[in-house]
Design a protein around this ligand. Structure first.
Ligand SMILES: Cc1ncc(COP(=O)(O)O)c(C=O)c1O
Length: 397
């Protein structure tokens, strides 16, 4: 018997399908050259961070006492940075809040695992809306809760509210809502969020205890068309905890910076906030990277040049449809959810791999039969990949 945790061993030795494919891509590049591999596996932004990031970091490094700059901040994050986040949320979304509703942390992944651990009780269930970010299963299991999967409607990937209502029960403690969505690109409409909120409010009354929405929002700013609204969930449902990240909006995924916002209107607000601080402590997430915390006030509301992603989305949607693929036209994030041309998405993605097209089968997203294309890559790579997509489609004629 190996002297380690079996669960942790399994998690570490079986890498996620996405990471596995990314590693394969690196190997393949070494064999056939970068220009011949079309890696759409990872949601790693290809557009550089906006100028405000570099300018602010430069100023901080040049003008701040390094002992202060690189030293520990408060466990929950520097107070002036949390105040800046609160001021921003108040002016942008009209939500009353203050610095003591914010906990700065290492991206959305940490925000989610901290928030789940903070609210977990024995026997609790968390509803996830498929297709969903596969790591949710890991975070929910780590918090000791049960993951309940509810599929979205296949025609538009909006929430299937009837199926959702049936899944909500006496043990439901939370629902993770990710919009704009990875991997479908769907943005849940205001009407959908209002109905979801009404179902949850009824469940709260019936159960006599809160059901929290964890709003997983790393893609909040990534929408491409006029008139697409990303509803700010705390304005529609009191018991909301926002798990935000700067990874995608500012193209900083490697820097690990984001925050948790516990809506001040949430039931047991101060208990939830203290439990967030406790979970941050227990999981070793105190004091998010200090330099990047201090970058936040100057960059709130800014994004990298997301017009590149719009060009990529439009190009892929147009060309892949012309080849006979079934693709929707996603409103946000930077993923395209492509219907596999055979029932087994893994077999389909293996055939794509033979053309050096690296796309992720949807099984681990809880929605079999599709493949995810991360289009946060260079437009040039997309153009060069088109003959390979065409050849793949022709195999199914
Ligand atoms: C839906 C979703 N949630 C959370 C995360 C984790 O984000 P972060 O890098 O900020 O931890 C990702 C990353 O791709 C994601 O797609």
């Amino acid at each position: 018997m190996i002297p380690v945790s079996e669960r942790m061993y399994a998690l570490g030795s079986n890498r996620s399908e996405i990471r596995e494919l990314f590693e394969y891509g690196k190997k393949r590049i070494a064999e056939v050259g970068k220009e011949n591999v079309f890696d759409f596996s990872l949601g790693n932004p290809s557009v550089p961070a906006p100028a405000c990031v570099k300018e602010t970091l430069k100023k901080l490094v040049e003008q701040t006492d390094p002992v202060l700059l690189h030293g520990y901040t408060s466990a929950q994050g520097d107070a002036s940075v949390r105040k800046a986040c609160a001021d921003f949320i108040r002016s942008k979304h009209g939500a009353e809040c203050g610095e003591n509703d914010f906990y700065l942390t290492c991206g959305a992944a940490a925000s989610l695992s901290i928030s789940l651990s903070a609210i977990a009780g024995a026997g609790d269930e968390v509803i996830v809306l498929a297709p969903f970010f596969p790591e949710y299963r890991v975070f929910i299991a780590q918090a000791g809760m049960k993951c309940v999967e509810v599929k979205c409607r296949e025609e538009d990937f909006q929430i299937d509210l009837d199926a959702f209502e049936k899944a909500v029960g006496p043990h439901t403690k939370a629902v993770i809502v990710n919009s704009p969505n990875n991997p479908s690109g769907a943005v849940f409409s205001r009407e959908t969020i209002e109905k979801l909120a009404s179902i949850l409010s009824s469940a709260e009354k019936k159960n006599g205890r809160p059901v929290y929405i964890l709003a997983d929002e790393p893609y909040r700013e990534l929408v491409y068309d006029e008139g697409i609204e990303v509803p700010f969930i705390p304005n529609f449902y009191n018991d909301t905890i926002v798990c935000y990240s700067f990874s995608k909006s500012l193209s900083l995924p490697g820097e690990r910076i984001g925050y948790i916002f516990v809506s001040p209107k949430a039931a047991f607000h101060s208990e939830v906030y203290f439990a967030v601080c406790g979970a941050g402590r227990a999981l070793g997430y105190v004091c998010a990277p200090a330099l990047f915390q201090r970058m936040i006030p100057a960059c709130l509301g800014k994004t990298s040049d997301i017009s590149v992603y719009k060009v990529n989305r439009d190009l892929l949607c147009r060309e892949l449809s012309a080849y006979g693929f079934q693709v929707g036209r996603p409103d946000g994030a930077f993923y395209l959810f492509l219907k596999a041309m055979e029932p087994d998405a893994r077999a389909f993605c293996e055939r794509a791999k033979a053309h050096d097209l690296l796309i992720v089968p949807s099984d681990s997203f809880g929605f079999p039969g599709y493949a995810r294309i991360a289009y946060c890559v260079s437009t040039d790579m997309i153009r060069r990949s088109l003959p390979a997509f065409k050849a793949l489609a022709e195999e199914y004629r």
